[in-house]
Design a protein around this ligand. Structure first.
Ligand SMILES: Cc1cc2nc3c(=O)[nH]c(=O)nc-3n(C[C@H](O)[C@H](O)[C@H](O)COP(=O)(O)OP(=O)(O)OC[C@H]3O[C@@H](n4cnc5c(N)ncnc54)[C@H](O)[C@@H]3O)c2cc1C
Length: 375
């Protein structure tokens, strides 16, 4: 029997990739350096687009009851009156996106992986790999294995293997916040010169992703609740009032693009191919499209590691990856500046977005389906 496709990483992407490939008839197995219990402990909250919901539904891993729909998104900037709103009804969708805990998504995917009988080896780190003519040899923590193709869903791009690196000198402060008034499924993306703030409806609360300069993150993380709330409510400028917060955490932010996303019998996907700033919640949505496109490219292949298939996959992913990275980078840098000329351009952009339904449609389509969405 031919060796299966080996997937490194049992995070949400590794599991989704395994399911997508197995549903298309490929034999896969998963390896993770950590225990399964450890992979389930992710306190992040994810905003997933309508198209990610569709893909996860096809995998049988959409946790309907635990996902909060986003029906409207307001985009605004601190110190300017212009603002714009995207609405699901205008885009003829039930929701623009959904908010759910990363651990909830992981649990839904894991159930499907187990139901499909996909082997999952915990506490088995990949140390190195060596491509051969018809397969790739994996040096794992306890053993050596052969695979026809190695898929790396490891969740990060090492600095020395990145072609484009941007350190935004910003940290994301994360928390759950109770609003003074019901959120009515309205999300906010607010740009301030110190960094963007996202308020995502999550149950009755908001999941908050508050970007601040790196040197302020540590102080705010340990600041009394009243101080944190004062600073956050001040930056929101009355868009919403938050009464209390819980579950504080933080993440350093940056952009890293992997130089090549394929090598001999090897593909890097998701955050292992591109790690983006979380503004506009693109990361896992983009990663799911990586997994889907790969499964699509390998459908029916007797040798899934064939060079021409991997080259086709890399070419098909180029526009979407570059588009998402360029879009988030532009948002972060274009909105995190005091320059009055750029502030004027930002205001004009938001006014145009509010005034022009076709432009709103164009932006919403790309946020939901990625850079290859058409029209
Ligand atoms: C603050 C913040 C907010 C975000 N918000 C959003 C959002 O709203 N929407 C969105 O779409 N995305 C968002 N993202 C991105 C999203 O969180 C990630 O894309 C996603 O969680 C990554 O999942 P993953 O499976 O690729 O990686 P991970 O969950 O990191 O899993 C990687 C796994 O690989 C294993 N591993 C690593 N190296 C090895 C090895 N050598 N051998 C074996 N195993 C190995 C690790 O143990 C780990 O379990 C956000 C990110 C941040 C930082």
């Amino acid at each position: 029997m031919a060796p299966p496709i080996a997937i490194i990483g049992a995070g949400p992407l590794g599991l989704a990739t395994a399911l997508a490939l197995s549903r298309r008839g490929q034999a896969v197995e998963i390896f993770d350096a950590r225990s399964i219990a450890a992979t389930q402990q992710d306190n992040r909250t994810l905003a997933l687009s309508h198209s990610s919901r569709e893909l996860l539904e096809l995998l049988g891993a959409w946790p309907t009851a635990l996902a909060t729909p986003i029906t409207h998104i307001t985009i605004s900037q601190q110190g300017g009156f212009a603002r714009s709103q995207l609405s699901a009804a205008e885009q003829r969708l039930p929701a623009l996106g959904y908010v759910l805990g990363a651990s909830t998504l992981h649990a839904a995917l894991l159930r499907q992986v187990q139901a499909a009988g996909i082997p999952l080896h915990e506490e088995t780190r990949l140390d190195s790999s060596q491509p051969e003519a018809a397969c790739i040899e994996l040096q794992l923590q306890h053993t050596t294995r052969r695979a026809r193709l190695l898929l790396r869903c490891e969740g990060f791009v090492p600095e020395q293997e990145a072609t484009r690196i941007r350190d935004y000198d910003q940290h994301a402060l994360l928390c759950r916040a109770t609003p003074a008034a019901p959120h009515q499924n309205l999300a906010h993306e607010r740009f301030t010169a110190r960094g963007p703030i996202a308020l995502l409806p999550f149950g009755q609360d908001y999941a908050v992703v508050w970007t601040v300069p790196a040197q302020e993150a540590e102080g705010l993380l340990t600041a009394p609740e009243a101080e944190w709330l004062g600073a956050l409510n001040g930056a929101l400028g009355g868009l919403a009032t938050l009464n209390s917060i819980s579950e504080r955490a933080h993440h350093p932010l940056g952009l890293r693009m992997r130089r090549e996303i394929t090598a001999a019998r090897c593909v890097w996907l998701g955050n292992a191919a591109q790690t983006l700033h979380p503004v506009a919640g693109q990361g896992f949505n983009l990663a799911l499209r990586d997994a889907w496109e790969l499964a699509d490219t390998l459908t029916g292949a007797t040798d899934p590691g064939a060079p021409e298939l991997l080259a086709r996959y890399a070419a098909r992913r180029k526009l979407d990856r570059e588009g998402a990275a360029g879009f988030t980078d532009l948002l972060v840098r274009g909105f995190s500046t005091h320059n009055p000329l750029i502030a004027g351009l930002r205001g004009a952009g938001l006014t145009a977005l509010e005034a022009l339904p076709p432009l709103r449609h164009f932006v919403a389509k790309r946020m939901i389906y990625g850079a290859r969405a058409w029209p």
